[in-house]
Design a protein around this ligand. Sequence first.
Ligand code: LLP
Length: 415
Amino acid sequence: MNINLNSLVQKYDTPLYLYDFDYIEARYAELKEAFEGHKSLISYAVKANSNLSVIRHLASKGAGADCVSIGEVKRALRAGVAKYKIIFSGVGKRDEEIKEALESDILMLNLESEAEMKRVELVAKELGKEARISIRVNPNIDPKTHPYISTGLHENKFGVEINMAKRMYIYAKKSDYLDPIGIHFHIGSQLTELNPIKESCEIVADLVRNLKAIGIEIKFFDVGGGLGVVYRDEITIDPRAYASVIFAAVKGLDLTIICEPGRYMLTNSGYFITKVLYEKINDGKRFVIVDGAMNDLIRPSLYDAYHKIEAISKGSIDSSEYTEADVVGPICESGDFFGKDISLPPLEHNDLLVIYSAGAYGFTMSSNYNTRGRSAEVALFNGADHCIRKRESFEDQIELELSCDSSWQMTKNDI
Ligand code: LLP
């Protein structure tokens, strides 16, 4: 990592998220290039990292946005994503969210059940609008990834099975308030095998041909996100190979291909920087206690996910001095760890550790657990650093508790 971390830490303190915007841009370009020669839209999955500056940076390169709440839709619009490049997905949309999405005139709503379709139809009718929709098909394919991020099997809550999807398209086609323009699937995240993607594309493309035969013309073929990345030593899917299996599946169909990557662009742009507070040894077991915690980066605790951890060296340390340690945070849970049995040199108070691959599903999954303020976020771009989110203060955290009910005794004035 070619960054002067010490000066950044002096300026912004720790725990700290750093994102390399040049890297994000390069990854976007690489994927876009893979789709060259075909109509395509890369709709960035905002949930991976929803910082406005991140979305804005990708939007400036032409990216759209895949959103799963009206909040994400609003972020995308605020960050300058063109409305005709915004998709609103998710299994449970509230009426108000549907209404706002329709009023915002975004590209389409991805629907995940018949009941949801009827709701969208009703809301569209009330607004006197025709809702552009796509239906999420669950192709019942095992994506061979972590069960928590596997979504394309019938045992998962996502999408509808093929026959139901077909019935929904027929209904939508007849409705004055629904315009079925797209088809969608997303079989899981951190995919490292191409075959499940290929099979899903084929199943869903067959449905598109079927629909075409009965007069329902789909325009957008949305393959979801899920491209895996390297955290340790994974062999990942080449974007060109990815694009070519999609092209092969949709051959002969006039479709715009949409993909919704999040992790692919963000993961390895991001570094989580944390300071060593103390070391201790319990019955021979070494613990390095740092100032970051599971509330900042929950992936190791939640998925047992691997994130490479390195100490910033203060000169050359002989490898014989390295010993294994668990890197843990201050939160009162045994699950509060970033890594177990990590080989680290002797460390002192205020030494820095870098936790890699933290750009996706890091900050967005952070919380205030233990009344810990969320970390600051900093963008590194063209050799300069820019604060893109301030560190959350204690006052920021209690503000909403103090300002909601003035008749309640615990108002701002009393506390
Ligand atoms: N599209 C849909 C419909 C999705 O559900 C997701 C992710 C994506 C796109 C983006 O997937 P990606 O390209 O980032 O893999 N918190 C977990 C990941 C959850 C992913 C949920 N859906 C983690 O930290 O690994």
